[in-house]
Ligand binder design. Structure first.
Ligand SMILES: [Zn+2]
Length: 573
């Protein structure tokens, strides 16, 4: 049956229900559960882009328009939410993050905000003073390129372990890079792992060594496993529960109403199911299956996608694959060598025939494929596989919405291919802000201008861009990301006009990438992403007007309320 046919049948069906419904309750139409008013309300609905008030019943929007009209709808039980001049938008959708890692980061030493290597050493020294003998010290989030002073001796652009080892001679230490694509170990951790000058690693990754062939403590990509396999932690169910709870709380306190989990294991999906059954999944999750796990994929191909267009709190219809590493650790796979490392092209982390195979299966079984690609080579190769699979399966590929996660560095000739193939660019504005100051060392001026974080070039070629933070790689706060999108500055407002200023998003485009287009990125634009009658009552309320305040005031914005399914799940203070 054609898609149109299904639509017609279902609208006849709904009309019948509607008439029956009216007959049953014609006397007393249900009063709204909640009315929200007295603020700047941006709807993302072209019919009525700005409204004065919104009414909600049973978790859905039943009215969006004038306050005069909504006032007549208010009943005794209706909860009145006075915005007091604050700003409301459709609920913000984090289109690419890692929820269990976000929870885990909350449980570990958070190194995201540290200013320099000495601060990292101080945190570890303090942790050692409280640790049991031999206990592992674990942390995450450091980024050497963000430090305000260089850490003394550097090898291949990274610090060495000596200062770290000096404060923790007996406790093994392993600290993940913010990107997750590298890790930093002390001498004790390397001793336990049996890593020394003789150790060679031939898989996709690298042990960085100094001029004397001694390991410096930095392990890139898969080489991290040499150390991590010795960390005695298979997270127990209890630990997973705690991680998920902490992460969900982090989402709501940052205005996030839907979260795309970019790669969930079977165990994590079970935990989602458990939370869902117990009514504890308070943020709407769209989980991508971890595509490395063949058995997991087989199980879901047999079962088919889990979708619900009424009131979804757990959607499973996507698959995640990773094709290359990150730029910071020089793992992004490039067409030409890195500008700051001779003959080095980065790391390809998956065979392309595997991408093709999963793309084909995804089309066959009704799943969406989302492949991580950062470097221009990775992006091109993945687009090639998508193109091939889509062409060969054109009869079932009409609305595939395949995505490339990150799509950070593109060759000019590949930019128009996104819209041509219908591929969504799932990007993270905040990465530009954090990475651009040093990305130019990796890529050089020409590649940066041509294809790095080229939001306007993609939008002008009619590509759908969806946004997020890759939390916990970056803090999940959407305000910082929104700021990065519209200013193309670092969070210290550098440079004054922004990097490659012609690629800035307008406020409207930035909001759209976090709401309506982000809903599209998960096939949900008919139920989410705008404040329109019939859609889910998911809203984010900001302390000030993010569509109007001057650029230099944007970062002062805080989250006032997060509303999901018509319920306030977070309130500031
Ligand atoms: Zn990610």
């Amino acid at each position: 049956m054609s898609k149109l046919g299904i639509l017609c049948c279902s609208s006849v069906f709904f009309s019948i229900i509607f008439i029956v419904g009216l007959n049953n309750s014609a006397a007393a139409p249900k009063k709204p559960d909640m009315v929200i008013y007295n603020g700047a309300i941006y709807t993302m609905d072209v019919q009525k882009p700005i409204v004065e008030a919104v009414a909600v019943t049973d978790g859905k929007i039943v009215y969006a328009g004038s306050f005069k009209k909504v006032r007549r709808m208010i009943g005794k039980e209706t909860v009145l939410t006075d915005l007091q001049g604050k700003t409301m938008t459709p609920g913000f959708i984090e289109s690419h993050g890692h929820i269990f890692s976000l929870g885990k980061a909350k449980m570990r030493h958070d190194l995201a905000g540290i200013k320099n290597y000495q601060e990292l050493v101080n945190i570890v020294e303090n942790a050692v003073s409280k640790a049991a003998p031999g206990e592992w010290i674990l942390g995450r989030g450091w980024h050497q390129s963000k430090w305000d002073e260089p850490p003394g001796l550097m090898v291949r652009g990274f610090q060495t372990h000596h200062a770290l080892t000096a404060v923790s001679p007996d406790n093994p230490v392993f600290l993940k890079h913010a990107s997750g694509h590298a890790g930093f170990a002390n001498a004790k951790a390397m001793e336990i792992a049996g890593v020394d000058s003789e150790t060679v690693f031939t898989d996709d990754g690298e042990i960085i060594k100094d001029d004397n062939k001694e390991p410096t403590g930095i392990f890139n990509e898969a080489a991290q496993k040499l150390i991590t396999k010795h960390i005695p932690e298979q997270p127990s169910k209890e630990v997973l529960r705690k991680q998920l709870s902490l992460a969900l709380q982090e989402c709501v306190s940052n205005g996030i109403t839907t979260f795309d989990d970019a790669g969930a294991t079977g165990e994590q999906i079970q935990m989602y199911q458990e939370f869902l059954a117990q009514g504890k999944l308070k943020v709407r999750i769209r989980a991508m299956l971890d595509g490395k796990d063949k058995l997991l994929l087989k199980q879901w191909y047999d079962r088919g996608p889990k979708v619900n267009f009424d009131n979804p709190f757990l959607t499973i219809r996507s698959i995640k694959l990773i094709s290359d590493g990150a730029l910071g650790s020089r793992g992004a796979w490039l067409l030409e060598p890195y500008t700051d490392r001779q003959n080095h092209y980065g790391n390809n982390l998956i065979r392309m025939d595997k991408v093709y195979e999963v793309a084909t299966d995804a089309l066959r079984y009704g799943f969406q494929l989302c492949v991580h690609a950062i470097g221009d080579r990775a992006n091109r190769e993945v687009l090639d596989q998508y193109e091939k699979a889509l062409k060969e399966n054109s009869h079932i590929a009409k609305d595939h919405r395949f995505r490339i996660e990150h799509a950070q560095h593109l060759s000019a000739q590949d930019i128009p291919r996104f819209s041509k193939l219908g591929v969504i660019a799932s990007m993270q504005g905040i990465h530009m802000s954090s990475d651009r100051p040093w990305a130019i060392e990796r890529l050089g001026k020409q590649r940066i201008v041509e294809g790095a974080y080229v939001w306007q070039k993609l939008l002008q070629s009619a590509t759908v861009i969806i946004n997020g933070t890759d939390a916990p790689v970056e803090p999940i706060n959407p305000v910082a990301c929104f700021y990065a999108l519209v200013t193309r500055q670092t969070l210290k407002a550098d440079p004054p006009d922004g990097y490659e200023a012609d690629q800035k998003m307008s406020r409207e485009q930035a909001l759209r990438s976090y709401t309506l287009d982000a809903a599209y990125g998960g096939f949900e634009e008919n139920i989410k992403g705008s404040i329109s009658v019939g859609k889910l009552a998911d809203f984010t309320v900001f302390s000030q007007d993010i569509m109007k305040v001057p650029d230099d005031k944007l970062l002062d914005t805080t989250i006032e309320y997060t509303i999901i399914n018509g319920k306030i799940v977070y309130k500031a203070g």
